[in-house]
Ligand binder design. Structure first.
Ligand code: ZN
Ligand code: ZN
Length: 627
């Protein structure tokens, strides 16, 4: 906390005697606490000590000067017969500047019964201390003291109160103070505090209303709204707001750009990502670890590892986050061996890998089917780096063994963990049992999953797929009934594609797009060409869909990724790479169809699904049918 944000308490302006002015002059000359102590000692000799004025000046010197001696300042305060408010405020401020809000609160409580009367400065400091401690309870106590001492109308104090309440999630209390203040007396900090309070509580509509009402906005206001939309997965809205911000001539901060890059990543909107990158370069933003990592993530998640790598190579200062982003980018795009090499480079770079680095490299091993290497890194983590594996690391190992068909090892890993398996781990196990045909293991994991996450549709879908594989229709019906009984609907598949900087979204059987006629014509042509290639739709995985009333129309041919691809085919020049982002896992049928399509139409097709990337090139996929 910098001292510049604290208001300066008013100086005492007592009548100064010759002796006092001499002391004051001497104190101002002091360059160190040692020198000040000498002045102090002189005062002792002259019998002047404990006069409030001298004591105030001494306390101020010790409390505020750098490095000072805050303990000594507190000692002085305890030795004065009648300490005044100025001394109290000075020492409280000294504690705050040393980032010691507890001591500031302690001193206040100690002094309250017999000490000087607190003033508006005292409370301003104390409310700041409460915010640093994020303790709304003390804030409430202070609030009643503020009322008691009749300082409730001070706009500065009200601003701090709003901030404290909003920051600790008590947005209703914040609103009360806000509404109790005349709007002309509210500074932008108060507006922003309340806005942040709404954002913390996820109150999107109230935040939007307040944002619209704001007489002025600054970068903090914009950042709060953009981050809120990103948090709520409203990525297109976040981008719209960003454009408005630029139209409003508000210069984005690094924080804005990090948020926007995250929205771009989720949408896979690489053109807009490139634009943000150009903006960063043009306006000379410093590519620190956070902004650099965001760019690397964005390019990786848009399926362009080369551009991610160019950013990585161009960064002069690489923190561990930077390395982690690049390793994870390589892993998710199916470049397992390269990710491992980069991890080795990290080891020799002088930057120490952390728990996340190991999760990234283990993930690379599991996506690349590199069992031996995975085991090596898993052991290295605790043995060489003293990092205890967490659930995420065990999860990678389960996935690694599962994909490699070592189902017993996968199970053993789960049994050896100090904690219970989580949903992603069970999903990995089910996926592995499906690929390797171990239906008993799949069933057990599926049953465990729906118990662990009873309101997540994914568990029911996976379990039903396992039963369908074994032609166990009774159980398929049982799962459907159970799901319906809980009122759970399958998350609708949604795929997006960016054409000329505009993101187009499609759901299963979508008929809302302006070009739906052309899209469905293209789909017909695609399915004719697929059939002539000898492709047969694989219907096993859609059993759960077909009996759902509203999904009846949504046959396999109209899965969202196929719609997005058809739109991509008619909207881009032949040979252009098609990039799709999907919110769920790609189904087996679409996966097969996409492989054929990439060959039939001579197009590279990149699909980022819930778990990973699929780069379909000339009839095969980078995941080697392992996803
Ligand atoms: Zn599909
Ligand atoms: Zn694939």
């Amino acid at each position: 906390m910098s001292s510049s944000t604290l208001p300066n308490p008013p100086s005492l302006q007592p009548k100064i005697s010759t002796h006092q002015s001499k002391t004051l002059f001497l104190l101002q000359l002091c360059k160190s606490t040692n020198e000040a102590t000498q002045v102090h000692a002189q005062l002792f000799k002259s019998g002047q000590i404990l006069q409030t004025f001298h004591a105030s000046k001494m306390a101020e010197f010790y409390a505020i000067s750098n490095p000072g001696n805050i303990a000594y300042a507190e000692k002085i305060i305890n030795h004065i017969r009648e300490p005044n408010t100025f001394i109290l405020n000075t020492v409280i401020r000294g504690h705050l500047e040393r980032e010691n809000p507890e001591k500031a609160m302690d001193l206040y409580h100690k002094m309250l019964p017999y000490g000087p009367k607190p003033d508006n400065y005292t409370f301003t400091f104390l409310l700041k201390a409460c915010t640093q401690l994020s303790i709304a309870y003390f804030g409430e106590q202070l609030h009643s003291n503020i009322v008691k001492f009749g300082l409730c109308s001070d706009p500065f104090i009200r601003s701090k109160l709003i901030h404290l309440y909003a920051n600790s999630g008590r947005v209703l209390d914040a609103r009360k103070v806000f509404d109790g203040t005349h709007h002309s007396e509210l500074d932008i900090v108060s507006w922003n505090s309340l806005l942040e309070g709404y954002a913390i509580c996820g109150e999107g509509e109230l935040a939007q209303r307040l944002f619209d009402e704001m007489p002025n906005r600054d970068v903090v206001s914009w950042n709060t709204m953009i981050a809120l939309h990103v948090e709520k997965c409203e990525f297109k809205e976040a981008l719209r707001l960003f454009r408005l911000m630029l139209d409003d001539r508000e210069r984005p901060s690094s924080i804005t750009l990090v948020s926007i890059l995250s929205a771009v990543s989720h949408l896979g909107a690489i053109d807009q990502g490139r634009w943000v990158h150009a903006y960063i370069e043009k306006h000379g933003y410093k590519l620190d670890s956070s902004l650099g990592s965001s760019l690397i993530n964005m390019y990786s998640k848009c399926g362009n590892v080369d551009l991610a790598n160019a950013v990585f190579e161009g960064m002069t200062q690489k923190g561990v986050d930077t390395w982690n982003s690049m390793i994870s980018g390589l892993a998710m795009n199916g470049h397992g061996p390269k990710a491992l090499r980069l991890f080795e480079n990290l080891g020799t770079s002088g930057v120490k890998p952390n728990a996340i680095s190991f999760a990234c490299v283990l993930n690379a091993c599991s996506h690349g089917g590199l069992v031996e290497e995975g085991c090596k890194y898993f052991a290295m983590m605790s043995q060489e780096y003293g990092i205890e594996p967490k659930r995420a690391h065990y999860g990678c190992m389960v996935d690694l063994f599962g994909r490699a068909g070592m189902l017993e090892k996968a199970n053993e890993t789960i049994r050896s963990m100090p904690t219970e398996p989580d949903a992603p781990m069970l999903k990995a196990l089910i996926a592995a049992s499906r690929i390797h045909g171990d239906l008993v293991l799949g069933e057990n994991a599926g049953l465990q999953l729906i118990e662990l996450a009873p309101y997540d549709s994914a568990g029911y879908v996976l379990l039903s797929n396992i039963y369908a594989m074994g032609n166990n229709w009774n159980r398929v019906h049982w799962v459907r009934k159970k799901m319906r009984g809980k009122g759970i609907k399958k998350t609708p598949g949604c795929s997006s594609i960016e054409i000329d900087g505009v993101v187009h979204e499609f759901v299963v059987g979508d008929t809302k797009h302006l070009k739906k006629r052309e899209i469905y014509k293209m789909l017909d042509e695609m399915s004719k060409r697929l059939r002539s290639e000898g492709y047969k739709p694989d219907t096993k995985e859609v059993l759960l869909d077909i009996e759902e009333e509203e999904a009846k129309e949504a046959s396999l041919g109209h899965h969202s990724e196929k719609l997005a691809i058809a739109f991509g085919f008619i909207s881009t020049r032949p040979g252009t790479t098609i990039r799709i982002v999907k919110n769920l896992r790609v189904c087996a049928d679409c996966h097969t169809a996409l492989k054929h399509l990439s060959k039939l139409y001579g197009r590279d097709i990149t699909v980022r699904d819930l778990n990973r990337f699929h780069h379909f090139i000339a009839g095969s996929c980078s995941c080697l049918d392992y996803w």
